[in-house]
Design a protein around this ligand. Structure first.
Ligand code: SF4
Ligand code: SF4
Length: 82
């Protein structure tokens, strides 16, 4: 096991997502990936993995205002398989 530190987290309004994937490439630590589930409009939406920095790049790039961003007061460690 190893650990990944997160300094923030996000919420994603999956029903507002149009699946453009701009957030995937905009995320500096690359902790977003497209999920396989479809929303009611038939679009895939992103999933968050451990390691968010709370930088808000996703919030600023998303044309559909899908994100809220929160910064932790203390970094949080997540155990992940090595
Ligand atoms: S806040 Fe920054 S690090 Fe976190 S998911 Fe959005 S772009 Fe990635
Ligand atoms: S940038 Fe916004 S609309 Fe585009 S895939 Fe990401 S969450 Fe969905």
């Amino acid at each position: 096991m190893s650990t990944i530190t997160s300094r923030g987290t996000i919420t994603i309004d999956v029903e507002a997502c149009k699946g453009c994937e701009l957030c995937i490439t905009a995320c500096p630590p690359q902790v977003l990936s497209m999920g396989t589930a479809l929303n009611q409009a038939g679009f895939h939406s992103p999933l968050l993995h451990p390691g968010c920095t709370g930088c808000a790049a996703c919030l600023f790039v998303c044309p559909d205002f899908c994100f809220e961003v929160f910064r932790f007061e203390q970094p949080m460690a997540t155990a992940v398989p090595a």
